[in-house]
Write a protein that binds this ligand. Structure first.
Ligand code: UDP
Length: 379
């Protein structure tokens, strides 16, 4: 399908690993209309460089001086540079995804110059005002022109905040197509498991990086102590460690709790999906993993006090647990009945859509840009 968009005319603004993952299929749909702008919020080989390459993404325009600052500094640095870039070369539309500081900066930059704004993954709500991400997603939704809700619940959240019906579209979540396209084939997965010394359906894959699990020694210690107990009881635990988590382990002197875990740095996206596909149990506080587990048909314990993605819990893929004893008890229970649970989940459809979200969003973006260009522009 031809979208009739000029080359490099749709600015896709992102800054972190999950945005690269979720926006990749949309960027492919937009083709040479994409103008990729990376704020540099997570800018290194492990968290960005490898993902840009592996996901086949174009070389981005890179903002400077953003990474490593506190939240307001990141947003301010990004906003100033985005505004200058959009003033010099005005996009026909700006696309942002999710709830990061890059998402908010991209949204504010579009809003300031009255450029049509598309929010991918609109309408997620944790109702937890302690999370900066919750504030980011609410603010972005309220300034967006096209709200791409992944699920009916997400659309209902938007309506509950009196956002106009004509701005809301039910598109599904692009995670479905990215997982289907990027999951390595069976032979590659078998080699990957062999390289890690793992047997299918017989190990735990764990990731944690959220402030609620890494900001205090108590919380991080409680998560790691339970993973250590699982490993000591004989189930291997693979733990690809986020840079923030590694720094916290060192700061709190928790290295001893890592001794029985198979610790690596962050792994590439295809490897992560391949490893998740055969895990008996996933343990994570990641947003994206809550969606991916439903496409991969694997059970997930979400180590968080709230979630903006209740669909995976409702569909039976996931449960919310507190770090510590609650995590350990449910992990033991779910590992004990893994064969039945895995069979049941393999037959449960993902609540996140049909794998056509990115094609829908690309077409809606083109229509929005087209409609706006027909209106007289402010001087
Ligand atoms: N991921 C990855 N390698 C890893 C850990 C995670 O590719 O070692 C992927 C994971 O599949 C998901 C994304 O990174 O798509 C999640 O990123 P993160 O947890 O940083 O962000 P969140 O999803 O919580 O916003």
């Amino acid at each position: 399908m031809s979208l009739c968009l000029p080359p490099s005319s749709v600015a896709v603004v992102l800054g972190t690993r999950p945005e690269l993952v979720k926006l990749a299929p949309l960027i492919h749909e937009l083709g040479d209309a994409t103008r990729l702008v990376h704020t540099g919020q997570h800018w290194d080989e492990a968290m960005s460089g490898r993902f840009l390459r592996d996901l086949g993404l174009p070389r981005p325009e890179l903002l400077t001086g953003v990474g490593g600052r506190p939240r307001a500094g990141q947003i301010a640095q990004s906003l100033g540079q985005l505004d200058a870039a959009f003033a010099e070369d005005r996009p026909v539309a700006v696309v942002v995804q999710g709830d990061t500081n890059a998402t908010l900066a991209g949204a504010l930059a579009a809003n300031a110059r009255e450029i049509p704004l598309v929010h991918v993954e609109a309408g997620l709500r944790s109702h937890d005002r302690a999370m900066p991400e919750e504030h980011n997603r609410v603010m972005v939704d309220h300034v967006s022109d096209l709200l791409c809700a992944a699920t009916e619940d997400n659309a209902a959240n938007l309506r509950a905040e009196a956002l106009a019906e004509e701005r809301i579209e039910l598109t599904g979540n692009t995670v479905v197509e990215v997982v289907r396209r990027r999951l390595p084939d069976e032979a590659t997965r078998a080699a990957l498991l062999a390289a890690h010394g793992l047997a299918p359906d017989a190990y735990v894959l764990a990731t944690v990086h959220r402030p609620e699990n890494t900001d205090t020694a108590e919380a991080l210690g409680a998560v790691l102590a339970e993973l250590d107990r699982i490993a000591r009881a004989g189930t291997p635990v693979l733990f690809p460690m986020h840079p923030r988590t590694r720094a916290a382990v060192e700061r709190f002197g928790l290295e001893g709790l890592l001794e029985r875990l198979a610790v690596t740095g962050p792994v590439g996206y295809g490897d992560f999906l391949g490893l998740a596909r055969h895990a008996a149990l996933l343990v994570s506080d990641s947003g994206g993993v809550q969606e991916e587990c439903t496409v991969l048909g694997r059970p997930l314990l979400v180590v968080r006090r709230s979630t903006e993605r209740p669909e995976a819990v409702t569909a039976g893929f996931a449960a919310l647990v507190r770090p510590g004893e609650e995590l350990g008890a449910l992990a033991r229970e779910w590992l004990a009945d893994a064969p039945e649970r895995l069979a049941r989940l393999a037959a449960t459809p993902s609540p996140y859509g049909d794998g056509l979200a990115s094609a829908r969003i690309a077409a809606l973006t083109a229509a929005l840009a087209d409609q706006r260009q027909e209106l007289p522009q402010a001087a």
